[in-house]
Design a protein around this ligand. Structure first.
Ligand SMILES: [Mg+2]
Length: 121
């Protein structure tokens, strides 16, 4: 099963991601900030990243830029609150963009779609 690295500064959201995605059978790695995410990206070699844009210190946009220097192809889903960063063209350097919601159905669908596209089961 695929390994997913989630980077989000909100503990409750990390908890939710772990609960829901482990329940669905994924291997879950969590990071609370961009620096931790880079370390875990290198250590865990995840199949996909889910990245919060707004984090203190290194934000999600910068994190994706740094990840891309290491790996040009790993799929990245950027998450943010509704309306934020829509105008920021760099956002589109990620494969997908999703508006945060307590309902993870949309995120689950995008994860499955991207992993399928990359042939990770
Ligand atoms: Mg945040």
């Amino acid at each position: 099963m695929a390994t997913i690295l989630f980077a989000d500064d909100e503990e409750s959201i990390r908890f939710l991601y772990r609960e829901e995605f482990e329940e669905a059978g994924y291997k879950v790695e969590l990071a609370a900030n961009g620096d931790e995410a880079l370390e875990k990206f290198i250590a865990a070699n995840p199949d996909l990243l889910v990245v919060d844009i707004k984090m203190p210190g290194m934000d999600g946009i910068e994190l994706v830029r740094r990840v891309r220097e290491l790996n040009a192809v790993v799929p990245v889903i950027l998450c943010t609150a509704y309306g934020e960063y829509r105008q920021n063209l760099e956002t589109w350097a990620s494969d997908e963009y999703i508006v945060k919601s307590a309902n993870l159905d949309g995120l689950f669908a995008k994860v499955a779609e991207l992993l399928e596209r990359c042939s990770v089961r």
